[in-house]
Write a protein that binds this ligand. Sequence first.
Ligand code: HSE
Length: 306
Amino acid sequence: MESIKIFAPATIANVSCGFDVLGLALDTVGDEMVIRKTSQKGIKITKIVGQDLPLETHKNVAGVAGLAFLSALNYDHGFEIEIYKNIKPGSGIGSSAASSAGAVWAMNELLGKPFNNTQLVQFAMEGERLASGVAHADNVAPALFGGFTLVRSTDPLEIVKIHTPDQLYATVIHPQIEVKTSDAREILKSTVLLKDAITQWANVGGLISGLYTEDYELIGRSLHDTIVEPIRSILIPAFDTVKRNSIKAGALGCGISGSGPSIFALSKGEETAEKVAASMKSVYKNVGIDFDIHVSKINQQGIKII
Ligand code: HSE
């Protein structure tokens, strides 16, 4: 194979209680990319469609992730990358992660898979470092592994793929305002109260257990964030109303997607997820800010060839 076209999914990081460690991949929204082997060394971004993003390799997250991949190999040639962006930067659904993870996944395929998924996460994290100043793995891991993932450790990197119940659906509303991950991280406190930490790790355990046992009620009871959401939600217009109405419409839980401004809800079944979408829409129509809305099954596969 000399060239491939891929789909790289959007992702929801944190999933309420799991700041920087939990994430999941979506099915119905993502970027497309074409990656081509070239005789020239290095990475060249030849085309970006859909967003105004830098073509310079060192300033582009796919370029930087690709360079990290190449630096771990003895490879005399290089790659060209075309990016078709469907995920807006600053949306909170893993725009930089999709490009970073997509680039390294495709390059790995073209070279006959010299690296495993965990190694690819490590390379893709360099794209996240460029985008937000922090090499967090909770978006690139679900993009590469599919499903729900847990970043158990970053040094050494350990990613655990978590069982995902079949009837679990996500609804995501993306208000058309930009929240930079770096800004949304800057406003967080660097210490937490022990009582809040106790609540948080109980919920992480509850959520993981609920996912494995397909106990949707337990999943719902565990989708709470006592540490980050109270601080970041002030950046998102009508967050509390969207959350309250989503739960009323039948969602298991609702929270901030990644660093926002997108808001996600998880539901059992597509019908409920659509009802939640309708309730989110009706709130935002009154807010007067444009929005996109997505209903998606959890993507079990991660990045794929299209
Ligand atoms: N865990 C990261 C954060 C995800 O919340 O800052 C950013 O998408």
